[in-house]
Ligand binder design. Sequence first.
Ligand SMILES: [Zn+2]
Length: 198
Amino acid sequence: MRYSYAITIEKAPAVIRRCAHCGVKKPFLPSDQIRINAQKKLLDVWLIHRCMDCGQTWNMEVFARISPKQLDRALYDRLLSNDPELIRSLAFDPQLHAKNGTPLCQATLAYRIDGERLSLDSLKESAELLLACPVPLGVRLSRLIREILGLSAGQFEAMTASGRISSPDAADLTRARMETRCLVRVDPAPQSPPDYGW
Ligand SMILES: [Zn+2]
C-alpha cells in the first residue's frame, strides 16, 4: 500500500549575516520581493532579505551583470512579477547561498507534513511512503519519517539497522537529507513462528 505525504513550507530558512543596524550577526529571512536593476543593458537581480529583529534589508545577489538575452523569457517574467514559487526555490538554493557566502540556517525553517500518520503496530503489509516537497528541503529524512511513524530516535535506528525501514533513494537513511522526493519502504514486524506446543 502506498501513502503520500506533501510537505508544505510555512517559513523559509534564514541566512545569518551581520546586520548593519543591529551591529551583530542576525538571521535574515527572504522577503517576497525581487529587485532588478538595469544598467547599460545589463541586469542585476537580487532577492531582498530582512533582518528578523529590526527589518534592515539585505539584497542577496541572484544574477550579476547578466544580459536579458541570457535569461529565459519565462524566468525573466517570473523575476519581474515576484513569483512566489520562484522566490521560494531561490530561498532554498544551496548553490546560490554558497556563492553569496551565506549558508542556510535551518533554525527558522518551519514546514508541515500532510498525510496519514501510520502506526507500525497495526501495519499488516509493507507500506511505501512517498514524500514530496516543492523545494529541496534539506531536513534529515529520519526526522520526517519519525514524525510520520511516531518513532523515537532509538526505534528508528533499530528499524533501519534491521532493514524494516529502507529507501531506494537513500543508502543511509539515518544521515540522508530530504530533497524534493523520497520513497521509503516500511515492512511489518516479522511474524513470530507458530507455536506448535512442542
Ligand atoms: Zn537587524
